[in-house]
Design a protein around this ligand. Structure first.
Ligand SMILES: *Cc1c(COP(=O)(O)O)cnc(C)c1O
Length: 391
């Protein structure tokens, strides 16, 4: 029997749940793009985007998804045949590398597997070996969404500094921004990319590249007029923010989403994500005491607070996802890039979510494990509830 009628819940790692206030802000007639409110709203978004990234640097806004931000970032600091070093902890790291290769860059990939963070010592050694300074940039995902692995970005900065290497440190925070703690300037990140449909709670379609002066100084002689981050970050005229028509309604939605983050407080936003993630992990730890279920990342310090990857048995991940979606109205993430994909599922817990929603996820997973005949330890809801109660 289907019990899914009612409000459905998309608990995948992006797009995330959209707040009603964001949707309401977007529900309006097209604004005047030549003058007036839209210009003010756009200008007001810029400092708040910098605040979320914790940077005093620059930000360029693009009409596009995360892949657009990947390309934009590379186009502004690399020329064909430049070498970039990708440190991969899952599918998205490889994806950024493939984007670089398609742009004509030379790409070297250090693959750190799918369950562990980037090893800063290995990165440092590779940079020390690059005696003629061929590597122009180091590309990393703060959180790789396919695995839920979170890497220690300050440690990576230290690796670059200890090796005395001047490659740019470029970080993909598409999954983590507004969920896991991140501090661009303090952590010594030169370029950071994100998109609006995950922690920033806005429908997919706008992405961002933050950059510092050091990165800007690396701009190659030729950069496409569309990707060039300079006019976007320092527009002399309004249309230059977007190299054309503004993403009008997204800007109204994003304005409200950034207000919500400001009202809650960024530290509190991070703390909320941490508790909700820990509640899910506590449930998983109990389920794992019997049967096949297992958290993908063993050490909680290396897990993201935005997304959790879980392995069960082959076929069981798919069966569980199907049951949760069709019978209970809860959509979970697929085992993207995993072998076998059908053994995995992911829970996105980014953005506009609270304790009752996470308890709903945990309770629905409990029902799904029973319904699909997956052996599991008893007491997971109590364990999750205890984490919530402790706060
Ligand atoms: C979602 C995501 C992307 C891709 O973003 P799109 O908007 O789907 O292009 C890239 N990197 C990470 C870490 C992501 O989470």
């Amino acid at each position: 029997m289907s019990l899914s009628f009612g409000r459905s819940y998309l608990a995948i790692p992006g797009p995330s749940v959209m707040p009603d206030a964001v949707l309401r802000a977007m529900h309006r007639a097209s604004p005047n793009i030549y003058e007036g409110e839209l210009h003010d709203v756009t200008a007001s978004i810029v400092p708040d985007l910098k605040a979320v990234a914790r940077t005093a640097g620059h930000v360029a806004i693009y009409i596009g998804n995360g892949h657009a931000a990947w390309e934009a970032a590379l186009a502004n600091v690399c020329a064909p045949d430049d070498l970039v070093l990708v440190c991969a902890t899952g599918r998205f790291g490889h994806g950024w590398g493939e984007m670089a290769r398609a742009l004509g860059l030379a790409v070297e990939v250090m693959d750190f597997g799918q369950t562990d963070p980037i090893d800063a010592d290995k990165l440092e050694q590779r940079l020390r070996d690059d005696t003629d300074g061929r590597i122009k940039a180091v590309l990393v995902c703060h959180v790789d969404t396919s695995t839920g692995v979170k890497s220690d970005v300050p440690k990576l900065r230290t690796a670059l500094d200890s090796a005395g290497h001047d490659a740019l440190l470029m970080v993909d925070c598409i999954a983590s921004l507004g969920c896991d703690d991140f501090a661009m300037d303090e952590w010594g990140v030169d370029v950071m990319v994100a998109a609006c449909q995950k922690g920033l709670m806005t429908p997919a379609g706008v992405s961002f590249v933050w950059f510092n002066d050091r990165a800007d100084a690396r701009q190659p002689a030729r950069v496409s007029g569309y990707w060039n981050w300079r006019p976007r970050a320092s527009p002399a005229q309004f249309y230059q923010y977007f190299a054309g028509t503004a993403p009008t309604h997204h800007l109204y939605g994003l304005r409200v989403a950034l207000d919500m983050i400001k009202d809650e407080g960024l530290d509190q936003v991070h703390a909320r994500h941490a508790v909700l993630a820990r509640a899910l992990w506590a449930a998983c730890d109990v389920w794992a005491t019997q049967g096949p279920l297992c958290l993908n990342v063993a050490d909680p310090a290396h897990r993201s607070h935005a997304v959790t990857s879980v392995r069960i048995a082959e076929g069981q991940g798919d069966a569980l996802r199907r049951w949760c979606e069709h019978t209970a109205g809860l959509t979970l993430g697929i085992g993207l890039g995993r072998q076998p994909e059908s053994a995995y599922f992911r829970v996105g817990h980014m953005g506009h979510i609270n304790a009752q929603m996470m308890m709903g996820v945990v309770g629905t997973l409990q029902a799904g494990l029973i319904a699909t005949g997956t052996p599991h330890g008893a007491g997971a809801l109590d364990a999750a509830a205890a984490v919530m109660a402790a706060g």
